[in-house]
Design a protein around this ligand. Structure first.
Ligand SMILES: Cc1cc2nc3c(=O)[nH]c(=O)nc-3n(C[C@H](O)[C@H](O)[C@H](O)COP(=O)(O)O)c2cc1C
Length: 385
């Protein structure tokens, strides 16, 4: 894989990637577009190709959110700023999610932030709840296809004074049929009350609205509630937060990013507390699956306290993502609702995109797969043509 350069360079720090990226084909797309004086994407014909009625879907967007039907996209994470999101548009991705922002500047976990992971099973997949996740999964710098990695960033954010103008530029760079989706989350500071925590979500949503954003995504799936404890494990609190956020953002559609929830009752509870009450118009799922990471000697792979476990993404979590989307779609049917489902997790090849669509996803996103294959959106579109 020596001749290939992911657009996020795992061998550099987060700050270096923020300042100097994207790399590889994304950098070339950015340069070519700038030289052509284009504010945005590839040709309009290319960007319109997927949204119009892919795989039997209606030509219009999903009813709840207007997410382009069948969109092939990049979720929150690897697109650090407007240069990354603009490059993603130019490479034919329909939705580009701007990496999760906060109400205040927030530091990144120490380097390294990414390692390759190698599950034991023949399929290379990890099963949620399996012993391997607690016993240890081998993690090193040997990146192999089909790619599985761990990412450990701690959801860093620039100060709003920096990300707001940049997000405005990112929104302006979307071409026909494309959409910039900001991701945001609340920040839990020491000693914060429940009310203050809810208010921080509302304040961040307001800051996002000020950039001119429409549809936005709220992250409830990163471990900000303590070790291995996620906001989406508390459906009632997510319900309270989304009600407050929805009061702030009005008609703008709100998508909630969920982690893998093993129990159908927890999915139902989440839907009842949010989408069924009209505060949420869609769900994006899944985020990473937490695993203990070990090196070849069985020692902790990522240096530093609290980093014995980290989130795994890429090919290893594809089955878990498909399972979650299938069960969420079943809940949608049972409850007679029409919220949008954005399928995420282990989309590496065009077949994975199709599997998510068949599982009930209205749009499909790839973080790790797109990092290691900048042409993934074009390959997906070619496979559907
Ligand atoms: C480098 C990197 C950074 C990420 N950062 C975020 C983030 O800030 N917010 C978020 O909601 N998800 C984040 N994610 C999770 C992805 O959005 C996605 O849910 C997960 O990686 C599973 O998709 P994949 O298998 O295609 O990578 C990140 C993922 C990667 C690879």
């Amino acid at each position: 894989m020596s001749d290939f350069e992911p657009f996020y360079d795992v061998n550099r720090t987060y700050d270096d990637n923020y300042a100097d990226g994207p790399f590889g084909a994304f950098a070339q797309a950015l340069k070519a577009g700038d030289a052509a004086g284009s504010p945005a994407a590839g040709s309009p014909a290319e960007s319109a190709a997927v949204p119009a009625g892919v795989a039997g879907s209606p030509a219009s967007g999903s009813p709840a959110t207007d997410v382009p039907a069948g969109a092939a996209s990049i979720p929150a994470g690897p697109l650090l700023n407007a240069r990354y999101t603009t490059a993603a548009f130019r490479m034919g991705f329909d939705l580009a999610v701007y990496k999760t922002v906060r109400s205040r500047a927030w530091g990144c976990n120490p380097f390294p932030n990414v390692l390759a992971v190698h599950p034991k099973s023949k399929t290379g997949e990890l099963t949620p709840g399996s012993a391997e996740l607690d016993e240890g999964v081998l993690a090193d710098t040997n990146y192999q296809l089909p790619i599985s990695i761990s990412n450990s960033f701690g959801v860093p954010s620039r100060d709003p004074d920096v990300w707001q103008p940049d997000m405005r530029d990112a929104i302006a760079a979307a071409g026909p049929g494309q959409l910039l989706v900001p991701s945001f989350q609340g920040s839990r500071a020491e000693g914060m009350t429940r009310e203050e925590y809810i208010a921080d979500h509302v304040r961040t949503a307001r800051l996002v609205c000020e950039t001119g954003a429409g549809l936005m995504e709220m992250n409830t799936s990163c471990p900000n509630e303590g070790h291995n404890r996620l906001l989406c494990h508390d459906a009632h609190l997510v319900g309270e937060i989304t009600e407050a956020v929805k009061n702030e953002i009005g008609d703008r559609p709100l998508v909630v990013k969920l982690a893998y929830l093993p129990d159908d009752l927890d999915i139902e509870r989440m839907v009842r507390e949010t989408a069924a009450r009209g505060t949420v118009q869609g769900f994006a799922t899944i985020n990473t699956i937490s695993a203990k990471l070990v090196d070849a000697n069985g020692d902790q792979a990522l240096p530093g306290e609290g980093r014995d476990r980290s989130g795994v993404c890429g090919a290893a979590i594809r089955s878990a993502g498909l399972d979650m989307v299938r069960r969420l779609a079943a809940v949608r049917d049972r409850m007679g609702l029409d919220f949008t489902i954005v399928g995420v997790g282990g989309v590496i090849r065009p077949d994975d995109y199709t599997a998510y669509r068949e599982a009930g996803a209205d749009a499909v996103m790839s973080a790790t797969g797109a990092m290691w294959d900048a042409n993934l959106a074009r390959e997906i579109k070619a496979s559907l043509a």
